[in-house]
Structure formats: C-alpha cells, structure tokens
Design a protein around this ligand. Structure first.
Ligand SMILES: [Zn+2]
Length: 94
C-alpha cells in the first residue's frame, strides 16, 4: 500500500510540546483526513509510541499514522522473526 504524500504532513517537534503540522486543502476546505492523521500521530508521540517496532528508531514523518515499522525492511524482518517464533513455539508442543 503506498504511503501518503510526504509533503502533506510533518512533525515539527519530536519533544514535548509535540507538534504535528499538515498542509491544508485550502481550495476545497476538505481537511478531515489530514487533521485526523495529524492528531493520531500526535497522540502516538505523546504515548512514546511513534517508533519502529523492530529497530526502535522514531518513525519518519511520512509514514501512515498506523505504521508500526520505519521501513519495508524492518517490517519484513519482524514478520520473518514472528514466523520463526511461531515455529519454535509449535515445536515445543509436539
Ligand atoms: Zn525500523
């Protein structure tokens, strides 16, 4: 799934007070989605939840608000690791 436009939203302040900015659709007034995404990222920053589940780096600004990994590589490594864990777990029960 392609990520959002990298220029539409950015994190201005990674430390408290957190600040996430987004570019408004001035010409349509239709701002709901970006506003919602900015708020979601802001909440995750405040919860110290805006980092990669695999390598621990802060997520880049252009990731989707529900992203768990900083890049495709981390997502794949984590998926592979999960698969291995499941196999080990299954072997213990055999
Ligand atoms: Zn990562």
């Amino acid at each position: 799934m392609p990520g959002p436009d990298p220029h539409e939203l950015w994190i201005e302040n990674h430390e408290p007070p957190y600040r996430v900015c987004h570019q408004a659709y001035f010409w349509t007034g239709n701002n709901g989605n970006r506003q919602a995404r900015a708020v979601t990222i802001l909440r995750r920053l405040a919860r110290h939840d805006w980092y990669c589940r695999w390598c621990g780096d802060p997520l880049p600004d252009w990731r989707r608000a529900d992203a768990r990994y900083c890049c495709e590589g981390c997502r794949k490594r984590a998926a592979r690791n999960r698969r291995v864990e499941r196999e080990v777990w299954a072997n213990d029960w055999r």
